[in-house]
Design a protein around this ligand. Structure first.
Ligand code: ASP
Length: 447
C-alpha cells in the first residue's frame, strides 16, 4: 500500500481533495486555443493554447478537469427576449460546466450573468481580408507599369518640345546644319540618346550640345527610375488595400463583411451607438445570403473564397495571418481593447484564485511563452510587406523636378543659341567688310 492510499497521510488527503475538485470545463474548437486530435487508440485528445493554460492552472491550484466542447459550438448570446443564453455562457448558467476556458470575450451583458477572471489575452476588433492581388494581370502592357500614365505622356511631350528647340537652335546656329537637324531628325536624335544608341548625327554648336547634355541627363535619370521600378514590379504582385478603416469599409460595396454569429464582435456592432458601427451592423444584418459564420475557421475560409472581410479579434487574427500568406489585416486598425477571460458561475470561489494565478503567469512571462509556442509561423515566411503598385508606379510628383530641369535646360540652350547666333553675326560683320553695290553686281555677273 502506498502513501497515497493510506488514510490519514498528507498524500491521501491531497489526492482526495483533488478528486473532489474535478471541474467540468467547457470550451470551443478554435485554433490555436483548442484543437481536437485523436490518439492512436482512437481517444479524442485536445491541445492548444487554452489547454496548456488550463494544465498550468490545474497544476498550480491542484484540481483536475474534464474538458468538453460546447454542444452548440457557440460563444454565448442571450436568446431573443428571454433570460436564456446559448453557447458556453448558457452551459455555465445551466450548471453544465464549472468554467469556460476558451477565447471568450468579457462583455458587459455577459458580466451581468456570469463572472470572469482577469484577462489572459488582450485584443481588439480588426478586419481580416484576402491579400489583394494586382489590379491588372495583363502582361502585355506590364512594361508600362513602372511609370505612371502622366509621366509617359509628359515624356512624350518633352521629346517633341525638345526636338523643336534643337531644330530651332540648329536654324539659328551658324555651325549647325538646319537640314540635318530638322524636326523629324531631331526627334530621332533625341530618341537615340534616350536609348543610348547612335543616331549618326553629331551636333557642333554650343547650344545644341548643351540641350543634348540636358536631355542625356534627363533620360539617364528617368531610365534609371524605370529600371528600378520595373525590377520591383516583377517581384511584387500586390495591390493596395481597397479600404483602410471601418468607415471606408462601410462606404464600399465591393466586399461583404461579417462576424461570428452571436459572438462579442457581432454584439459590439449590434449595440454600438456610434454611427459608423451601427451602419456596418445594418449592412451585415440585411445582407443576403448571411454574412455571419459559426467559428473563426469558417470566417477565414470565407475570406479566402470570396470578397469577404471578416471582423474578428486581433489575437486570433494575428494567428491566422501567420498561418496563411494569402491573409492580411486591413491597416493597423484595432477597435477597442478587450480580453479573453475564464468564465465562471456567479460567485464562484475559483474566480479569485484563478485571477491570482493568471496574474502570476502573466508577470512571469509564462503566458507569453505559451502564446509564442502557438502563434509561431508554421509556414515558410511570407514575403516582406511590399509596397502597393500605385506606390510603385512613378507618379509625376516624383519626377516633377526632373521635368523642370529639362525645361530649364532647354530654355538655357535656346538662350545660348541666340547668343551664339548674335556672336557669329557680330564676328562676320567684323571680318567681312561691307561690299559696295558695284562690287556685288560684279560678283553676280561673274557668277
Ligand atoms: N471571442 C468572441 C466571443 O467571445 C467571438 C467573436 O465574436 O469574435 O464571443
Amino acid at each position: 500500500m502506498n502513501a497515497r492510499s493510506t488514510p490519514g497521510t498528507h498524500e491521501h488527503f491531497q489526492t482526495s481533495i483533488r478528486e473532489s475538485r474535478t471541474l467540468k470545463v467547457t470550451s470551443i474548437l478554435e485554433r490555436p486555443y483548442v484543437i481536437e486530435k485523436f490518439s492512436p487508440n482512437g481517444k479524442t485528445i485536445y491541445e492548444g493554447f487554452c489547454v496548456d493554460l488550463l494544465d498550468k492552472l490545474a497544476e498550480m491550484l491542484h484540481f483536475d478537469y474534464q474538458l468538453k466542447i460546447v454542444k452548440d459550438n457557440k460563444y454565448g448570446e442571450q436568446i431573443n427576449g428571454t433570460d436564456q443564453w446559448d453557447g458556453m455562457i448558457g452551459e455555465i448558467l445551466r450548471g453544465d460546466a464549472d468554467m469556460a476556458v476558451a477565447p471568450i470575450t468579457v462583455t458587459a451583458t455577459r458580466l451581468e450573468v456570469i463572472d470572469f477572471t482577469d484577462p489572459f489575452l488582450q485584443l481588439g476588433i480588426s478586419m481580416l481580408m484576402r491579400q489583394p492581388g494586382h489590379k491588372s494581370t495583363s502582361s502585355l502592357t506590364r512594361f508600362l507599369y513602372p511609370l505612371s500614365e502622366s509621366v509617359w505622356i509628359y515624356s512624350l511631350i518633352a521629346t517633341v518640345l525638345t526636338s523643336l528647340i534643337v531644330n530651332l537652335a540648329a536654324v539659328f546656329s551658324q555651325k549647325e546644319s538646319a537640314a540635318e537637324f530638322n524636326v523629324l531628325n531631331s526627334v530621332w536624335y533625341l530618341v537615340c540618346i534616350s536609348l543610348r544608341a547612335g543616331s549618326g548625327y553629331n551636333c557642333q554648336a554650343g547650344a545644341t550640345r548643351f540641350i543634348s547634355t540636358v536631355w542625356f541627363t534627363f533620360t539617364l535619370i528617368l531610365i534609371a527610375q524605370y529600371t528600378a521600378n520595373f525590377a520591383a514590379l516583377l517581384t511584387i504582385d500586390r495591390k493596395s488595400m481597397p479600404f483602410h478603416s471601418f468607415e471606408e469599409l462601410g462606404n464600399q460595396s465591393d466586399y461583404n463583411f461579417g462576424a461570428i454569429l452571436g459572438g462579442s464582435t457581432m454584439q459590439f456592432f449590434k449595440y454600438s451607438r456610434i454611427e459608423t458601427f451601427s451602419r456596418l451592423w445594418e449592412r451585415m444584418q440585411s445582407a443576403s445570403p448571411s454574412v455571419f459564420v459559426k467559428t473563426n475557421h469558417e470566417g477565414v475560409q470565407k475570406v479566402l473564397a470570396e470578397k469577404y472581410v471578416f471582423l474578428m479579434e486581433s489575437a486570433t487574427l494575428d494567428y491566422q495571418v501567420t498561418q496563411n500568406c494569402n491573409l492580411t489585416r486591413v491597416g493597423n486598425v484595432v477597435l477597442g481593447s478587450n480580453g479573453y477571460s475564464i468564465g465562471l458561475p456567479k460567485g464562484s470561489k475559483w474566480r479569485e484564485k484563478l485571477t491570482r494565478q493568471i496574474l502570476d503567469l502573466n508577470e512571469k512571462g509564462i503566458i507569453l511563452m505559451l502564446k509564442n509556442n502557438w502563434w509561431k509561423k508554421t509556414q515558410t515566411e511570407c514575403e516582406e510587406a511590399l509596397p502597393s503598385d500605385n506606390q510603385i508606379a512613378l507618379g509625376m510628383e516624383n519626377v516633377y523636378g526632373l521635368f523642370l530641369l529639362l525645361a530649364l535646360g532647354i530654355g538655357i540652350g535656346f538662350l545660348i543659341s541666340v547668343l551664339e547666333n548674335a556672336y557669329f553675326v557680330m564676328l562676320s560683320k567684323k571680318k567681312v567688310p561691307k561690299k559696295t553695290k558695284l562690287e556685288i553686281s560684279v560678283i553676280c555677273e561673274d557668277a
